[in-house]
Design a protein around this ligand. Sequence first.
Ligand code: SAJ
Length: 475
Amino acid sequence: MLLDIIRKRGPIKTIGVLGMGYVGIPAAALFADAPQFTKVYGFQRDSPSSGYKIAMLNRGESPLKGEEPGLEELLKKVVDAGKFSCTSDFSKIRELDAVTLSIQTPFLNKEDLLPDFSALFEGVRNVGRNLTPGMLVVLESTITPGTTTGVARELLEKESGLVAGKDFALAHAPERVMVGRLLRNIREHDRIVGGIDEASTQRATELYSPVLTIGKVIPMTATAAEVTKTAENTFRDLQIAAINELALYCEAMGINVYDVRTGIDSLKGEGITRAMLWPGAGVGGHCLTKDTYHLERGVQVLGKDELDFPKGEPSLYVLARRINDFMPIHMFRLTKDALARAGTPLNGAKIALLGWSFLANSDDTRNTPAEPYRDLLVKEGAVVSVQDPYVADYPGVAMVPFVEEALEGADAVVIFAGHHQYRTLDAKVIRNLSGKKHPAIIDGRNLVDPDAYIREGFIYKGIGRGDKNSHVIVE
Ligand code: SAJ
């Protein structure tokens, strides 16, 4: 009986974390800082691309880019105390009471939206080969619902000859961390903990409780935990699509979506909420762009003959993805229409694309919606110069360091990411830099005041700004 084996083994003392990335490193440091645990190993393949992390981490240095408040101090503390060390020797897993896997699951390619689980499953095999009775295995990566009780369980059992739920505990505890607040998120967010059975859920709760400060453990089954993680991002994507669709409607009806948003958002109290998010030039990143498709694949596999759904209708969630992915195309349409009003053909037009990263005030460019937008312009023969204060280079994209350089001779200025630096752009200065009588300004993130630009002779277009998009051109 698993509970007996676990009772014989006693409380969790030693832990392994596979995947020294932005999820695994803070998780390992927090486990090591908990007095209940005596030793934590961080496991990292000694590969050409990331083997360097091993020595860095053993010096108490973080290989992560960007500011992570408290992380370096915490790493130094646990390394100096001998409670944390990083290794590529997976056989050390045999000594441990619990192992977590935080290995990324990117898409193989955008077309078929199939995830690449190869790195994660290699980690699972490494655990399987060193699995001992009574150990707890927890998957933290975002995975398709059904993976924990399916492929992951099969791989662990095949490699170890042990049986999940009988000889070892198995659970899914999805990460909910955001770059820039990793430690705070792990400590303060509630932690979804889903075991393949009651004993596994309890053992995983014992593992995570010590690192939570104001967060609490929310227990459920492993599959419910997988659906929770993918659905929480699916719902955010859906909320964004809902306001993006409303923005397109408002443009068509000649009204300002932000007035409507303020109006709807005023309906508050007595549990009434509308969760109004913000329309924009598109949705990028590594979470919202893929988690919907994990959820969809999960229900296709797990619910294949059971799903009762309106015949022939597309999934609302996939439709939301399509609406969000349409926004860069809409931005292209706004650009083309604005240039047409100035009598400038797209072919040969000079476009200043401001903001390449997928998120305001961030350097993260993963799945940026600016890329499909730029591709459409380049295909039409436009000359695009990209500027982003947080991004110095990007393969195949001509990037300029200063916004003035991008604006030099520009026929159109397009704001794609809501970086705060772009809020203070001066219409008069931009017009002089562009040297054009009627330059275009396309605002994808509602950063600028339309009238300030229209007064300067600009041709203005803004997402959701049906009240301004057909303005009279000021000579
Ligand atoms: N976006 C909009 N309108 C909005 C909000 C976002 O167009 O109202 C766009 C952003 O410009 C960006 C994309 O959506 O291109 C994603 O933005 P995001 O704020 O959701 O940032 P992410 O992708 O880093 O989402 C992460 C997720 N966290 C985890 O998966 C652990 C998500 O669950 C969080 O809700 C989100 O951070 C957050 O709230 O910061």
